[in-house]
Ligand binder design. Sequence first.
Ligand SMILES: [Fe+2]
Length: 260
Amino acid sequence: MARAHRAEPLTCRVLGLLTVVAVGLAPPVAAQGAAPQAPAPPAPAVGSPAGPFRLPDLPYPETALAPVIDAETMRLHHGAHHRAYVNNLNAAVAGQPALAGQPLEALLARVSGLPKAVRDNGGGHWNHDFFWRIMAPPGTGGEPSPALRAAIERDFGSLDAFRRAFEAAGLRQFGSGWVWLILRPDGQLAVTSTPNQDNPLMDVVPEAERGTPILGNDVWEHAYYLTYRNRRGEYLQKWWDVVNWREASRRFAAAQAARR
Ligand SMILES: [Fe+2]
């Protein structure tokens, strides 16, 4: 199925990054446009979104994933990129109680009928919230649970074969996107990828590629470019050192229980 990609040349990415940083740090437009004599309203906290969705704290310091993911990448990725998704999502649902009062997962499950800004920014918020939690400082993420390991060996042949399939899918994803390990509704594990900020919870994703995310890696250049430049394959290989297998195992057990 053809899906829209938004491949951007590097220069656009850099400009986009600067724009996101500027948006995240700039004062509100209303304050900028106020008459000089008028008392300025109290400025909200930097990047504080006015709406139901909130930027979560990182579950570890920005420096904690180094050397696999450097601290500046973490600072920009969380503090600028993720913050912008949250702020834009809140703007997209503002004044629409039917949307603002819904859990994010419920919006993603019917996102085909919602504004594109909900798809892009709701996906961006959910994906990054998931991403921070599915990682842990090097050496602390543990191993797959016996149940998850058994399912991986059943569906991929071995843990190594699964890793190769996951890395290959991450390399194949053209332009920006995500690579996933999902538990499908039929109980099988599968490796999939999605463009932009789509994810396997969305009804815009082909049915065979929908499921509950167990692992997910961000292959947007903003996730790795400062350290790895254009070497996405090296990033995908090093990323295993910061996978939080305990959290992946917990999510796998929860997804299995939800099927029963
Ligand atoms: Fe990202």
